[in-house]
Design a protein around this ligand. Sequence first.
Ligand SMILES: Cc1ncc(COP(=O)(O)O)c(C=O)c1O
Length: 396
Amino acid sequence: MFTRSHFPSLQEGYIYLDSASTSLTPQVVIDAMDTYYKDYRASSHRAMYASAVRATKEVEKVRVDIAHFIDAQEEEVIFTSGSTAAAQLLVATLEHNLKLQEGDEIVVTELDHHATFVPLQMLAQRKKMKLTVVPADEKFRVTEEAFAKCITPRTKIVSLIHASNVTGTIIPVERYAALAHENGAFVIIDAAQTAGHITLSFKKLGADALFFSGHKMCGPTGVGVLALKQKWIERCIPPYGGGGTVHSVDAEKTIFLPHKSKFEAGTLPIAEIIGLGKAVAYIQGISPGSIQAHSTELVAYALSCLGQKPWVSVYVGEDNVGVVSFSIAGVHPHDIAHIFAEHSIAVRAGFQCAELISRKLSSSGVVRISVYGYTTKEDIDACMRALDSVQKTFSI
Ligand SMILES: Cc1ncc(COP(=O)(O)O)c(C=O)c1O
């Protein structure tokens, strides 16, 4: 798996079990950004001097690398500042370009993250559209039956989370995208929890758009990717204008570029894109499937340990990306997280920016442990010791 010494923030004694919030960063990523700042700091796509040309080349190389990484075309890769920014850009694009009518429908799932759920709910309210939420079943899955029931001829937009950040459940989005397309809907996949964990194919998943964040897959904060099918890139007017998006501007009108740059208004997060490129290379240096196999093993180990603590209620999807949530009756998740922090263990507590599913699991939310390629069984053992402290403190 990942070599722990590659991650400078993994100090001795610090147990990091919050990778679903943000992953740690290997030194190679930090070095690549450092080199940009020290050796060729300049704006990309704007000038002809050597450092600017190099910055442009590096950014465009990352675009090609990302295209390979997610099996998309280079022309479909749009850089954003993260998943949430990608979702906002997408929702604004759809609002401007689809002929959305009162009574049309948007379908989201109960597992969806606020990054898509909230902007789509806001869109539904603005346009007087119906927002349908596909419920998760008792195993935290979105079944084909439940999904199919929610799709109607009036469904215009479907949002599917590829893996839940609360229960870790991987959703078979490929099948659902096909079903939504049969009804003419636009399909969005939130791959924030799967990018860098499982192999992605934008082509095979069949969605119109897919997005993810760099910082959850060994990359820096402040960069993300929106993959948008070529036909939509050609067809859509961008919702935001700015430098780098235009073919020509005069006092009367602006003519936008015909390609993906029309969605990249303003100066790109150049250092972050370069760092993301290194993160992709770092992940690709690990044999395919091994990150998920490692996570699966750790989740199984955590479940076997938790099985010995019947006072802990566990919420975990079977086909899992490396996330285990739990709650303890009568103990607030924040109190549990505080005790974990005293043991130098980093976990997330609360509604996890996915309030629908978290609140359904437990009224004050859950505690989440999430693993990645640098997590060890010893980290899980430390977590179990912290849980014993919780038990003692609250006399459970
Ligand atoms: C499933 C999912 N989607 C979207 C996001 C939003 O990502 P970001 O905060 O990087 O925009 C997250 C982050 O927690 C997530 O877990």
